[in-house]
Design a protein around this ligand. Structure first.
Ligand code: F6R
Length: 611
């Protein structure tokens, strides 16, 4: 989704802005632009397409002289991705430039009012309305701070704003509502960004803005104001991950690097939370009494995080012996959910900024439920608004398609299940110890799966020509198939669907014909025979079958199907943790064979901060 950077200090702004934008490229965008203030004038350059075009256009930023500026990568919402709609947008006076993430919901109404006052518009964007409205207020009152205040009162919807006015060439303005924005503190410099990866090279001293806040940045520091425009002090956060974590480190793609990082990531997410064979969640503030008193349990998330929730439903129901509802956040928020005091809503999000997930969290909270979030990005909005947070500690995830965040979310959810089950008295000693032992063994087992990379690449070469794929599975394998299918389709653009095997004959099997590729997931031992029957069912219709099973069943499976992948045996509830790895690699190599832009698939964004 769109990215914002801002800089004010002693150095030339443009190269810093371009570098910051480069680090936000992974979020997905279709155009980019920068505005720099120098010599009392604003200079703007923007263009459709990759940042490399903007860099070339500005000779790596050297064409724009000035020590203050804002930059933006745009992911089109209002108006086509082209040069005109790219940000920054200028006011009619040419003295104000604005970059914006989010959606201004009342922009049409505001635009109408401005048209009636004689304003004209160059672009189709809601952001240009922001620039012109600010111009209108500034024209009226002559005080820029007051004009910004009036602007914020008039806007409805979601925004992270970066604003420059040529009449105040020593300061940047920033405002936030329902879209991430953070402030960076440097030596004689201040920074603004929508994502910490843009700033890590310059500063590790960060403040996260909250909704309704306005900040004024200068080379002397940052002043922050609350909703009532009273100056406030905010907590500073130190970012401690290394800059290398956001670099490819010799891998061809971030996705491959992040797939390979999973053993370490899962180890970090779990090892410190297991002490002497016991699960210790010291970051959880819930007391045993509160845990025992939990009413209904919901898991709410989007995309792959929702798929983790699907695995979680099977595992938590098994360990807690109670119903767990797993809901898509975008549906939950508008469903008048039956949730209230005493209920627990587990919110899962890598970015901690997904707008639908955030809205679902707020809905549940408003109704009195307790919120426990499983989040990767420290200090993100979802983390800050939750009653409890279990961080996944996966480090920065840059590839749009999630891999290590998925694995660590699942690892944390499994730990939570064991921990709750023990307190609730629903997990017996044997399951507890099997789960703990299994979780501790996962990193080493994942490493063994990763060693199959070359073989998986060969299978991918054989399968890369398919245009329709079906993933099938039962129980945990069904939950896993959802993720396997999403991974494949989002980066390779192959049409792929995931089905609960038992559902096939209720309609979908009519699509299976000679040569259709079916990926049959059969890792879950108790239902292996049923999985085999489903394999035979699709083979009878001519399907080519690639099966995923456990090592001890691989030979039996190989006699039946065209291609086999296997994972080591473990406690059944942990099988999706291992099973997802070959599916991620399969998707990766298929996309590689098809020449796709793996880290930045078309139309997708890393952090979905619009509805
Ligand atoms: C797919 C993927 C997305 C995200 C979804 C939720 O590979 O990454 O489906 O899982 O957009 O994002 P978060 O977890 O940041 O809330």
């Amino acid at each position: 989704m769109c990215g914002i950077v801002g800089f004010v200090g002693a150095e030339q702004a443009a190269p810093i802005l371009l570098d910051g934008l480069r680090r936000l490229e992974y979020r997905g965008y279709d155009s980019a632009g920068i505005a720099v203030c120098g010599g009392g004038e604003l200079q703007i350059k923007k263009s459709r397409g990759r940042l490399a075009i903007l860099s070339e256009l500005t000779h790596d930023g050297t064409d724009l002289s000035g020590t203050l500026g804002i930059g933006h990568t745009r992911w089109a919402t209002h108006g086509a991705p082209n040069d005109v709609n790219a940000h920054p947008h200028l006011s009619r006076s040419g003295r104000i430039a604005v970059v914006h993430n989010g959606i201004i919901e009342n922009y049409a109404e505001l635009k109408e009012q401005l048209l009636n006052k004689g304003y004209t518009f160059r672009s189709e964007t809601d952001t240009e309305v922001v620039a012109q409205l600010l111009d209108y207020y500034y024209d009226g009152c002559g005080d820029f701070f007051e004009a910004v205040t009036c602007l914020l009162n008039a806007l409805e919807g979601a925004y992270a704003l970066g604003i420059v006015c040529a009449d105040y060439p020593d300061r940047l303005y920033a405002a936030r509502k329902d879209a991430p924005l953070l402030l960076g503190y440097g030596e004689g410099a201040s920074y603004l960004a929508s994502d910490v990866t843009a700033l890590i090279r310059y500063t590790r001293d960060i403040v996260y803005m909250d909704d309704g806040e306005l900040a004024i940045l200068s080379d002397r520091g940052v002043r922050i104001y609350d909703r009532q425009m009273r100056p406030i002090e905010k907590e500073h956060h130190h970012i401690d991950w290394e800059i290398d974590a956001a670099e490819k480190g010799g891998y061809a793609h971030f996705m491959l690097k992040e797939i390979m990082e999973q053993p370490r990531a899962v180890r970090e997410a779990t090892a410190a939370r297991i002490q002497g064979g016991r699960v210790v969640l010291s970051d959880l503030t819930m007391t045993p009494e509160q845990i025992r008193a939990i009413g209904k349990i919901y898991i709410v998330a989007c995309g792959s995080s929702y798929h983790v929730g699907m695995v979680g439903k099977y595992n938590l129901e098994r360990m807690l012996r109670r119903t767990v509802e797993v809901c898509l956040a975008s549906e939950f928020r508008y469903s008048d959910p039956i949730v209230g005091e005493g209920d627990l809503v587990i919110v899962i999000s890598q970015s901690g900024e997904t707008l639908d997930t955030m809205a679902a969290l707020r809905e549940a909270k408003k109704r009195g439920a307790r919120i426990l979030s499983i989040v990767n990005v420290v200090g993100s909005s979802i983390a800050r608004e939750s009653d409890d947070v279990l961080y996944t500690w996966a480090g920065p995830e840059i590839a749009v398609a999630t891999t290590k965040a998925y694995s660590t979310q699942m690892a944390v959810l499994n730990l939570l299940g064991v921990y709750f089950g023990d307190i609730m008295g629903t997990v017996d000693y044997e399951t507890y110890t099997d789960m703990v032992r299994g979780i501790l063994a996962l990193p080493e087992q994942m490493e063994r799966v990763l060693e199959q990379g070359a073989a998986i690449h060969e299978l991918a070469k054989r399968c890369a020509h398919h245009e329709d794929v079906f993933f099938i599975g039962r129980n945990l394998d069904y939950a896993l198939s959802l993720e396997g299918s999403l991974k494949l389709k989002e980066i390779s653009y192959i049409h792929s669907e995931a089905y609960a095997s038992g559902e096939l004959k209720h309609g979908t099997i009519s699509l299976v014909e000679d040569g259709t590729l079916v990926i049959a997931l059969a890792t879950y031992g108790p239902l292996f025979d049923k999985a085999m029957s489903n394999v035979e069912e699709v083979q009878a219709r001519g399907a080519q079958v690639l099966a995923l099973t456990t090592g001890d069943r691989a030979d039996a499976m190989a006699e039946q199907v065209d291609m086999v992948l296997s994972v080591p045996e473990t406690e059944p509830m942990l099988l999706p943790q291992l099973g997802v790895v070959p599916l991620q690699m399969f998707a990766y190599y298929i996309a590689l064979e098809r020449g796709c832009d793996i880290d930045k698939p078309r139309n997708l964004a890393k952090s979905v901060t619009v509805e």
